[in-house]
Design a protein around this ligand. Structure first.
Ligand SMILES: [Zn+2]
Ligand SMILES: [Zn+2]
Length: 826
């Protein structure tokens, strides 16, 4: 009995040899080529240790990269580190560790672990976003956005995480909570840097249609986040004032039913109103506004009871000329829409409840089609219908009325149709230390000034005390005090750093040209490699990173820095989570399956095979002890099946079918090609259901074990052994190379071409012929495939059951469908 496969002796050695020989180094395609393949896994944050859940992501990307490489593609498969961000700074606060030291040591450990997974990355292209030679280009890109009018600073109510002591972009607030730490987000009014992603709202929305290689749910989430709505924007006058209040509505057909206006207390018009009304009213308005200043958006729009305060002032409905009271309310926010909405209690649920609570009138102006009179409403009627009590527009359908009313408002010069987006500008400044300094200085004489390109990078200073309170950079005089690039007078630097999502919005381009010292990337490199053919990463980035990257890429495209299509990621795959015995892995539960111990106990190939084997990769999969032991056994079985044939396997050529007429041997050759076909199909169709492929390898091994024992010298057996390392190389790369070298090859199997599927090998040996007499089924007979018609007919006529039905009758006609059916007409 052969020894078990000793993975400990070979896995590290192969990894070292691959690295030494540089076999995974990507060579730039000489021209734009369809034989290039850029496969990318989302760059990880270097948080510390990796577990098998992380390995699932990298193993999947790696199996794809290896298969495509063996298909003759120029494959780019890079890896790097999203290295700025809060955890490093929190480690500094809690444990006094320098963020740079903390990050570097985490990168070192994770890089070691990622290598340990046997991944085929081109490490010569590795990037870390916290290095000055990377973030210099963040600053450079920021300045180009600034020049294009897409980066600007303004005071605005912003999301504030009290735990992390920094602002958050809207995309980083999930259900009213900080995406990172889960604290309920507060509102603060601060002067902040924004990127004008809203200028791209239309394109970001429309091009979702073209992303047919993306998961549908991610496309839906982006569509909803951008939130386009078509409606009418128009203004109400204010009694005894020249001022007007703009509102936006998708249901202008209900305009005659307006019985109040709801205005955000932060709306600029509130100051005007406060001057119109009594001192008592004004004081009440101020107190109401004050009570809401720190309340989060979630609290105001969902958690708090919808409440408000009558300001004492009235607006005038421009169409009905009716007086409507102006209210300030907690649920209308200044930065959404126009900051004011028309209240139509009869036809909007929220307004209906509000009117009930505050004793406001309810005026029905829409009735269901076919109903002529209004019945008292028990709830808001929100559907479309026919207009009543709406002046000239009474009797029209909702749709027709919307067009007619929009036209009327436009002819009155008060407004018109408008498209609104839910998407807000991206807030990119952070009051934290561990990030890219924003390259702006403030001069008393010249005001806000961009740092000239030749003074980049603005280097993040070292040894800055980090206390967790306030901005560390703002307190660092040596950093803050500088000279004005325009007048050379004294100036101070911007102390905010950039949102780390800035770095990750373009990193996939830096891999193409990681050492470039004069530009973030060369245009010809982008032409050669973009777009990313296959992107693999978690669904939690459905809106954040994936939306920001699309925005950046469109901007780059407009600048002429990238060609082709203005979308960065051709196809996207979200891998599912890995559980352990049905539970989520977590440090607190103590059930985290680490990379190091798994590699040591079971081996990397067994780990990779299990991660790919359990379920389709988009589904949640379960890591079990039996599962990993099963894959270890598979590798031992594989080794034992191949070992007796090491000396002679190479003698049977790999690229032609072995000569055999024996059924069992043919079935073995067939199993080889079924595995090859599955592997190629799953990769080329980009379904990546390698669980099915690994199951085919199990069958392949069963056949090889059985036939190999009975007929050790058969060409088919040697062929199956010879082909195995080539076919399994993308999934279990170490054992593949070990087998290959044992057969006497001096070069790595990973530089070989994958096996082409030979359709002849897949053909079944037998065919089943259905025999009918006068259209009725009389027999099924089994014949060797490729049997001639005459032989088939003879066999059918000899069949006893057929004979019974033709005996003594004349055969008038025979209809033969080759390999399938014979109909005899008597
Ligand atoms: Zn937080
Ligand atoms: Zn100046």
């Amino acid at each position: 009995m052969a020894e078990a496969y000793d993975f400990r002796a070979v896995e590290r050695a192969w990894q070292e040899r691959w690295e030494r020989e540089g076999i995974y180094r990507a060579v730039d395609p000489s021209s734009p080529s369809d034989k290039k393949y850029y496969v990318l896994e989302m760059l990880p944050y270097p948080s510390g240790d990796l577990h098998v859940g992380h390995a699932k992501n990298y193993t999947l990307g790696d199996a794809i990269a290896r298969t495509m490489r063996m298909q003759g593609y120029d494959v780019l498969h890079p890896m790097g580190w999203d290295a700025f961000g809060l955890p490093a700074e929190n480690a500094a606060i809690q444990r006094g560790i320098d963020p740079n030291v903390w990050t570097e040591s985490n990168i070192e450990n994770m890089q070691r672990q990622v290598r340990l997974m046997g991944t085929s990355y081109d490490w010569t292209r590795e990037i870390a976003t916290c290095k000055p030679d990377y973030y210099r280009w963040n600053q450079w890109l920021f300045l180009r956005l600034y020049e294009a009018g897409l980066a600007y600073k303004r005071e605005a109510p912003v999301n504030w995480c009290p735990h992390d002591a920094t602002v958050l972009a809207n995309e980083q607030v999930v259900d009213g909570k900080c995406w990172r730490c889960g604290s309920v987000v507060e509102r603060r009014k601060l002067s902040q840097w924004f990127l004008k992603i809203t200028d791209y709202a239309d394109r970001l929305l429309n091009d979702i249609e073209t992303l047919d290689g993306w998961p549908e749910r991610t496309r839906v989430m982006q569509r909803n986040w951008i939130g386009r709505s078509e409606g009418v924007q128009f203004s109400f006058g204010i009694e005894q004032s020249e001022a007007r209040i703009d509102v936006f509505t998708t249901r202008v057909d209900t305009v005659f039913g307006v019985t109040f206006l709801a205005v955000a207390p932060e709306h600029p018009v509130v100051a005007t109103i406060s001057e119109l009304v009594s001192k008592k009213h004004a004081a009440e308005i101020a107190a109401f506004a004050e009570s809401l200043t720190s309340k989060s958006e979630l609290e105001r729009t969902s958690l708090m009871e919808k409440t408000g305060l009558f300001t004492g002032a009235y607006a005038v409905n421009p169409l009905s000329h009716e007086k409507v009271p102006i209210w300030v309310t907690n649920y209308v926010l200044a930065e959404y829409g126009t900051g004011a909405v028309m209240g139509v209690p009869a036809h909007d649920e929220r307004d209906f409840d509000f009117a009930h609570r505050h004793g406001l009138p309810i005026a029905q102006v829409i009735v269901p089609k076919g109903a002529d009179t209004e019945a008292p409403l028990e709830a808001a009627y929100c559907d479309e219908g026919k207009l009543i009590a709406s002046g000239d527009f009474s009797g029209m359908s909702s749709a027709r009325a919307r067009a007619a009313i929009a036209e009327r408002l436009q002819s009155m010069g008060l407004g018109g149709t408008k498209v609104n987006f839910k998407l807000r500008d991206w807030l990119v400044s952070r009051q934290r230390y561990w990030g890219t300094p924003i390259p702006i200085v403030y001069c008393e004489k010249c005001g806000e000034q961009p740092v000239p390109d030749d003074q980049l990078p603005v280097v993040l200073p070292k040894d800055v005390p980090i206390t967790g309170e306030g901005s560390p950079l703002a307190r660092d005089a040596a950093f803050i005090n500088t000279t004005c690039p325009k007048c050379s007078g004294p100036a101070r630097r911007e102390s905010d750093t950039m949102d780390t999502f800035f770095e990750s919005s373009w990193y996939y381009l830096r891999y193409l040209d990681p050492k470039n010292g004069i530009a973030p990337w060369a245009i010809d490199k982008a032409d050669a490699w973009m777009n990313v053919d296959q992107y693999v990463g978690g669904a939690e980035h459905a809106v954040l990173h994936l939306l920001y990257s699309r925005f950046f890429y469109k901007f780059f495209h407009d600048q002429g820095w990238v060609g082709g299509r203005d979308e960065p990621f051709e196809r996207l795959f979200h891998q599912g989570m890995v559980l352990y015995n049905g539970e989520k892995m977590s440090k607190s539960r103590g059930n985290v399956i680490g990379i190091d111990e798994t590699a040591e106990r079971f081996g990397v190939d067994a780990m990779r095979l299990l991660l790919l084997y359990v379920t389709p990769p988009e589904d949640t999969s379960d890591w079990t002890d039996e599962g990993i032991i099963g894959r270890v056994r598979m590798l031992n079985r594989l080794w034992r099946a191949c070992e007796p044939h090491f000396a002679h396997a190479r003698e049977t050529p790999l690229r032609e079918l072995p000569p055999t007429t024996d059924g069992a041997e043919k079935a073995l050759v067939r199993a080889v090609h079924i595995a090859a076909k599955s592997s190629l199909d799953e990769t080329l169709s980009r379904r990546f259901h390698y669980n099915a492929t690994i199951a085919k390898f199990d069958e392949y091994l069963n056949a090889l074990t059985t036939v190999g024992k009975e007929r050790p010298d058969a060409a088919a057996v040697r062929y199956a052994v010879h082909a195995l390392p080539v076919l399994i190389a993308p999934f279990a790369p170490h054992v593949a190379d070990e087998l290959w070298s044992k057969m006497g090859y001096a070069t790595s199997v990973h530089t070989e071409r994958y096996l082409d599927v030979d359709e002849r090998a897949l053909e079944l040996d037998e065919m089943t012929l259905v025999v009918q007499v006068n259209g009725k089924l009389r027999a099924r007979i089994t014949l060797p495939s490729g049997t001639e018609e005459a032989t088939a007919v003879a066999a059918a006529l000899a069949n006893p059951s057929v004979q019974q039905h033709i005996e003594g009758k004349d055969i008038r006609k025979q209809v033969y469908v080759p390999g399938k059916l014979l109909n005899i007409v008597v």
